[in-house]
Design a protein around this ligand. Sequence first.
Ligand SMILES: NC(=O)C1=CN([C@@H]2O[C@H](COP(=O)(O)OP(=O)(O)OC[C@H]3O[C@@H](n4cnc5c(N)ncnc54)[C@H](O)[C@@H]3O)[C@@H](O)[C@H]2O)C=CC1
Ligand SMILES: O=P(O)(O)OC[C@H]1O[C@](O)(CO)[C@@H](O)[C@@H]1O
Length: 392
Amino acid sequence: MKAVHFGPGNIGRGFIGLLLSKSGYEVCFVARNEKQIAQLRRRKQYPVELANNKSDTSIIRNVTAIHINDRKDVNEAIAAADLITTAVGVSALKHIAPSIAKGIVNRFRTNDRPLNIMACENAIGASTQLKKWVYKELPAKWLVKADRLLAFPNTAVDRIVPAQNHEDPLKVEVEPFYEWVIHRPALKEGHQEIKGALYVDSLEPYIERKLFTVNTGHCCAAYFGYLAGLWTIQEAMADPRLKHKVRKVMEETGSVLVRRHGFDESKHRKYIDKTIERFANPHLLDQIVRVGRSPIRKLSRNDRLVRPALLAHDYGIETPYLVSAIGAALCFNAEKDSEAAKLQQELREQGISQVIEQYLEIEEKHPLHRLIVTAYNEIKAAGQAEAGAEKS
Ligand SMILES: NC(=O)C1=CN([C@@H]2O[C@H](COP(=O)(O)OP(=O)(O)OC[C@H]3O[C@@H](n4cnc5c(N)ncnc54)[C@H](O)[C@@H]3O)[C@@H](O)[C@H]2O)C=CC1
Ligand SMILES: O=P(O)(O)OC[C@H]1O[C@](O)(CO)[C@@H](O)[C@@H]1O
């Protein structure tokens, strides 16, 4: 079985490539870094180390790589593929869609095999988003065939893989925990099961539990930590005051999730405890700038901050900690983060209320709008945003 994976970055190598290879797939990474491609082609394997006491290491075999701009190679790989996966960042899906679409057209000319395409990104409905971009690129005459042969099952992927810094550029250090949940009913026939993945009939409870607990909690640790002038998530979680605030946010989103999906409260509390332990993993060094990256995306209406806040409002659940985290996110101004720079410029030029309307898509008359303005103004008035930026 052959898998084509777009984006051999941290999660691509440290999680998706690993599970695919261990399930018997030959993995062809579609990449854009020439040196990385050369290494993967020459060595055909790479090491993944677990962030635990023993630094358990496994070698991921049967892998290769091609360049995304090498049309012939990408076409051939897609024609022969049994599965396509991506981990490029949800905002980059539109950039890789033309390459996937061209490969699909070439495949349709050579064979009539069904193909599953899964976007393994931190977002609700990432594969559905990818489908939209790919369909935009497909010539009209192929759309009927695309409907018949292609499937874009949504997934939820969970494993903390920080930025890497090793002598071996292919090595990845990952946390021991992982969860890959796949929406089974959406799969086309002929899919070879991925060992270690969980196939479910309804994905929504899983993706929402993960996005609104792990990702909400994690980015809140980053934004609170940033304001405190810290560098790493581990430092933030070692500060009892910040850890308490992160837990409170997760309890607030937890109330939403329990209400919405009927989760067992005590089991969900254990899920929160386990997640907090994962954030604090002393074997990892995860930078606040990575976990808080792209604040405009993270503050968008359907993402990890605003979506649970809006749902909570609809359920009559108060979320003071989540609102204060949104205020902190609005102050995140990490160097080299283009979205952070844009957000700060918009705040300077348009003001907080306009930014909330435009980027968070919460209209002025919504009660949450006013609460976020207040939280943001309090942080600014306390001089915390500037102090955080200076120290970090
Ligand atoms: N790192 C983590 O712990 C986790 C990450 N994710 C998700 O996985 C995705 C990837 O994240 P990371 O692996 O951390 O990022 P990364 O930056 O390490 O890897 C991204 C990969 O995508 C490639 N890429 C990006 N834009 C591209 C484009 N326009 N054309 C071609 N290739 C492109 C990059 O070259 C790189 O190989 C994101 O959606 C993230 O939210 C999900 C769960 C955990
Ligand atoms: O990859 P994103 O969406 O920018 O967010 C970073 C986050 O995703 C993760 O990689 C975990 O799923 C976390 O490390 C962190 O919550």
